[in-house]
Design a protein around this ligand. Sequence first.
Ligand code: CMP
Length: 139
Amino acid sequence: MRELTLSIIKPDATRRNLTGAINSYFEKAGLSIVAQKRLMLSRSQAETFYAVHKERPFFQELCKSISSGPVVVQVLSGNNAVALNRKIMGATNPENADKNTIRKDFGVSIAENSAHGSDSLENAEKEIRFFFSEMEIIP
Ligand code: CMP
């Protein structure tokens, strides 16, 4: 089933000029980038975006890291896009990620793991709405 999912190329990756390299992982796997923009998240925007994690011990570190430099936010489209994107990214901790995944190939640490992807269709809809208006998404 065709789905949309939200992807974020994190500051650790944009800082190392890896946007194009990471995008090629999505496109080679059959996902299309149907919306994309580069922006800076303020600390408070980061806290809102990651609010589901606010009770976790790593919340402050996570928000500091995602607001430390530019991110590229994007909407990916394709068959089973939510699950497929998570497969392309690999496990949250780069040390545990399979080879040829984004996080294995580029991740620095569990917080600086180069990419974020929605974990469910329901969250994908919420996360896409957080960053994009309807008219910015060109199927
Ligand atoms: P992401 O897909 O952006 O969703 C939540 C993020 O929390 C996750 O990727 C990791 O970068 C981060 N994270 C999860 N567990 C830890 C941890 N133990 N320490 C630091 N960051 C973490």
